[in-house]
Design a protein around this ligand. Structure first.
Ligand code: AMP
Length: 543
């Protein structure tokens, strides 16, 4: 029997229209570079995002399915692009401003970006990217600082000017591309993940559910997680669905600045990586001034493991952390550590321990644990395996890349590269990471890229890089080096040598010189042995 339901296609454009119709006065607040606040509404967003769409189609000739990049901080204009680019039928491609110019150039070329919308304060970075590009996309500059846009560039406000009230969205299938993000590869270059209207709608609906993140129109959400990293955990799409207000910190990510915003904007929910929350905690606990925050404020913290101590410390201030785990390939939501009714009778400490787990998968996400030899592990809280996942918002391939058995199982499940255990209730605990990457302050450093670069130094025979814990940044890279016999090389020389190839924050502070690096029987570096040797190593990166 065929269903009698209408075959209406899921589309993010519906959310934009809905916000214009139902929540025209709900607020969007952006902190500008001079720290003043700019206030706008979903009514403004509805109008201006359609202007963006119309300009992209009519002035820039952007066609359906063509990528348009953004290089921007978190603010209202970026939100306009989040909706305006897809409303043109084009693909929102957020560029990560923390990457090196070389990586950004590779990503722009690989995506084939047709246009770029860039904050004026990021033009110096873009100027370093441009000479490395095969084709420079049409560049439109958003005057975020308020200073006039340099003559040689097109001004965003001029570009989007014009009445778009009769703009018609292109008819699109729900499986057409809506956006794309690049993710750091363990080896080789970053890889593109492409989201569809359908995947983003289902993901947004699920995020709104009470036991997932639980968004409501009364929420005022502080979006600290970057809009250039995994779509700010796709919160802009979920928030608009319910009409929750969105508050954007712009480039001001210090603890005091964020606390000021939480206080003045009456924030009810904030999202960010643990490094940000550690800074906020420091400010919160400095005796300068008592803060008056909204009672029972919630925080979604993820991107790296959340220690019990962080959960407990914020509880003292009446602020409740919920942990999330996921990845760019998963849109990014994979699990959320919400408590269940059976946990109500547990002691406070026992509840904290559950909240420090990565949590359970929401509806539509399936998970399994698989060992190196392909066995599926039981959900008993002790048997570990690589986490593999499947679901409508989980990528089944990478853009422009051949299907890779390192990243996908033979039956198509995503291999996350995280190693975990699942308990009988389905709560995940991450115990290790099999991918050779270091996560520092929420952003990646490739160990393999560092190793290859260090081994390019004329006085180095071999080098292996492992992650060491860091109290603020989560992890930092430790470079273990075997110098060439009879030669010496200093840490400072190595840092200078690495500088042209990496972003500043990716350059290691920690080096160890050894006679030999342990290897596996097949000749690969035995990183488990190195991690064991350096398990008590204290990183020298300042906090
Ligand atoms: P990204 O694709 O950059 O968002 O990074 C995703 C990766 O970050 C995951 O595969 C994990 O290795 C790590 N990650 C994200 N959230 C958590 C978490 N709550 N606990 C531990 N690791 C996490």
């Amino acid at each position: 029997m065929k269903s009698t339901m209408m075959p209406v296609q899921l589309s993010i454009n519906h959310l934009l229209d809905r916000a214009g119709r139902y929540f025209p006065r709900h607020e969007i607040v952006s902190r500008l570079p001079d720290k003043s606040l700019e206030r706008s509404t979903y009514g403004d967003l509805h109008r201006r995002a359609r202007q963006v769409a119309q300009a992209l189609r009519n002035k820039a000739g952007i066609g359906r399915g063509e990528p348009v990049a953004t290089l921007m901080w978190n603010h209202a204009a970026h939100l306009e692009c989040y909706f305006g680019i897809p409303a043109a039928g084009a693909v929102l491609h957020t560029l990560n401003l923390r990457l090196s110019p070389e990586d950004i150039a590779y990503i722009v070329d690989d995506a084939g970006d047709r246009a770029l919308i860039v904050d004026d304060m990021l033009l110096p970075l873009w100027e370093r990217v441009k000479p490395l590009l095969r084709i420079v996309p049409r560049t439109i500059v958003h005057a975020f600082t308020g200073v006039p846009v340099p003559e040689e560039y097109e001004n965003y406000e001029d570009f989007i000017a014009g009445d778009a009230s009769s703009y018609m969205y292109p008819e699109q299938d729900e499986n057409e591309a809506l956006g794309m993000c690049y993710t750091s590869g363990t080896t080789g270059r970053p890889k593109g993940v492409v989201y569809s209207h359908r995947s983003m709608m289902l993901h947004a609906l699920t995020e709104c559910a009470p036991d997932v993140i639980g968004l409501a129109s009364r929420d005022r959400i502080l979006v600290v997680v970057p809009m250039f990293h995994a779509n700010a955990w796709a919160i802009p799409f979920a928030a608009i669905m319910v009409g929750a207000s969105q508050i954007f910190p712009g480039p001001h990510l210090g603890g005091e600045d964020l606390l000021d915003l939480m206080e003045s904007e009456r924030i009810t929910l904030a999202l960010g990586v643990p490094t940000i929350w550690l800074m906020i905690l420091q400010s919160l606990e400095s005796p300068t001034r008592k803060r008056s925050l909204v009672a029972d404020m919630r925080m979604l913290v993820g991107g790296a493991a959340v220690p019990v101590s962080l959960i407990a410390a914020f509880e003292k201030h009446g602020m409740h952390i919920v942990q999330g785990w996921g990845m760019t390939e998963m849109s990014p939501l994979g699990t959320v550590s919400a408590l269940r009714p059976k946990h109500a009778s547990l002691s406070t400490e026992e509840q904290y321990a559950i909240r420090a787990l990565q949590g359970a998968a929401p509806p539509l996400v399936e998970m399994r644990l698989v060992t190196d030899d392909g066995a599926t592990q039981p959900w008993d809280g002790v048997s570990a395996g690589e986490i593999q996942a499947r679901g409508p918002w989980i990528t089944g391939s990478y853009h422009n890349a051949p299907q890779d058995s390192e990243k996908f199982a033979s039956d198509g499940w995503l291999r996350t590269g995280d190693v975990g255990v699942l308990d009988a209730d389905g709560y995940l605990r991450i115990v290790d990471r099999s991918k050779d990457l270091i996560k520092s302050g929420g952003e990646w450093i490739s160990s393999v890229d560092l190793e290859n670069a260090v081994m390019g130094h004329p006085d180095v025979t071999e080098a292996a890089v492992v992650a060491v814990p860091h109290p603020k940044w989560g992890e930092r890279p430790l470079v273990v080096i075997v110098p060439k016999s009879g030669r010496t090389v200093t840490e400072e020389q190595l840092r200078v040598f690495l500088a042209p190839y990496f972003a500043k924050w990716q350059i290691p502070d920690d080096f160890a010189f050894v006679d030999a690096i342990p290897r596996t029987s097949t000749g690969k570096f035995l990183k488990t042995a190195l991690r064991e040797t350096f398990k008590d190593y204290v990183s020298r990166t300042p906090s």
